[in-house]
Ligand binder design. Structure first.
Ligand SMILES: [Fe+2]
Length: 335
């Protein structure tokens, strides 16, 4: 049996029209006389716009993303506590192709559900389908302004959000597996996990079938020093509806799915809330139309990102990697 919402939220990306153009954020690496000149341009644009798309990088392997990332940051994140399954291209470069293509990944800010989250993510492409497979990026300053005009925006500002996560046991016999707690916390030890969740102030529960359920509150906004503003930092990609299109997770109730979200006062997001947040996402977004060896440096606070479902044709592939870093201990909202 599939658990159905009254309304199905298949395409969380507005009407598909994009307000911004990627070209306004693109630097062509082949046009710079030296690597030094290119790096100065990258830094300038990073500070001004928080988004730098690089084309004609000459990248041969996704492990080279470490070198491109290092122009902006060197403190690479090990993805401890991360919610998505991830395989790796190198020590710091993770695959982002572990979620099936037919799943819409809604807008989100990387690691927004953790107390320490990356200020920057760097995405790179080595292969992409002829159509689709884009990443969308949305100007979070615009999204935040629009959201705060709505009831759900005000509610989130007042109450924050609650994240509920269910992680299976690698050595258990669960048949519906998204991510094991051992892979989330990079340990085999329950004691290590308990130390982590205690330090974070998370509620946790070991379920009879070995599943670890955590539940914790977080501010839905994050103060951005550069802009001097609170920015929305809790999009709906971590809500149980992420699994609505994904069998067999869609046979589970929201609270049993690998992750879901509540408003911080414990009330569920209504379907109207979800529709409102989705409608706002595309107010200022652009499509990263990946070509081979493209790289994008994205400020994780100033921009949220998403990946609509896509289809692979015979002979095509989508091969992408990501690094995250420039770690920041979250401060939440400031008034
Ligand atoms: Fe992401």
């Amino acid at each position: 049996m599939t658990y159905n919402r009254a309304q199905r939220f298949i395409y969380p990306f507005g009407n598909g029209d994009l307000a911004l153009d990627m070209d306004a954020y693109t630097l062509d690496c082949s046009q710079y006389a030296s690597q030094h000149a290119l790096e100065i341009a990258i830094h300038d644009q990073w500070h001004e716009k928080g988004l730098v798309v690089l084309v004609n990088t000459g990248m041969q392997h996704l492990s080279e993303l470490e070198r491109w990332s290092a122009i902006i940051y060197q403190d690479f994140n090990a993805y401890e506590g991360g919610a998505a399954p991830r395989s790796k291209w190198s020590d710091a470069v993770y695959s982002i192709d572990d979620t099936p293509p037919h799943i819409d990944m809604g807008y989100h800010n990387e690691g927004c559900y953790l107390s320490v989250s990356p200020r920057c993510l760097v995405l790179g492409s080595m292969d992409c389908p002829k159509t689709g497979g884009w990443t969308l990026a949305s100007d979070n300053e615009v999204t935040t302004d629009e959201l705060l005009k709505t009831d759900i925006g005000q509610k989130l500002q007042k109450h924050g959000v609650r994240y509920v996560r269910n992680m299976t046991d690698k050595h258990g016999d669960n048949t519906i597996v998204h991510k094991h707690w051992q892979d989330t916390f990079l340990t085999e030890s329950r004691e290590d996990v308990e130390r982590y969740v205690l330090a974070e102030g998370w509620d946790h529960q070991w379920m009879p079938d070995g599943i670890l359920r955590t539940s914790y509150w977080a501010d839905a906004f994050e103060y951005n020093e550069k802009l001097g503003k609170n920015l929305f930092f809790a999009n709906l990609a971590n809500h149980g509806l992420f699994f609505d299109q994904w069998h067999p997770f869609n046979t589970l109730l929201d609270e049993e799915r690998p992750h879901t979200m509540l408003v911080g006062d414990g009330t569920p997001f209504t379907e109207e809330d979800i529709a409102t947040i989705y409608a706002i996402n595309n107010k200022a977004s652009l499509g990263l139309r990946w070509q081979d060896a493209d790289v994008a440096l994205i400020d994780n606070e100033r921009w949220s990102h998403a990946r609509p479902a896509y289809a692979i044709q015979p002979g095509e592939a989508r091969v992408m990697g990501v690094t995250t870093g420039m770690l920041k201990k979250r401060v939440g909202s400031r008034f």
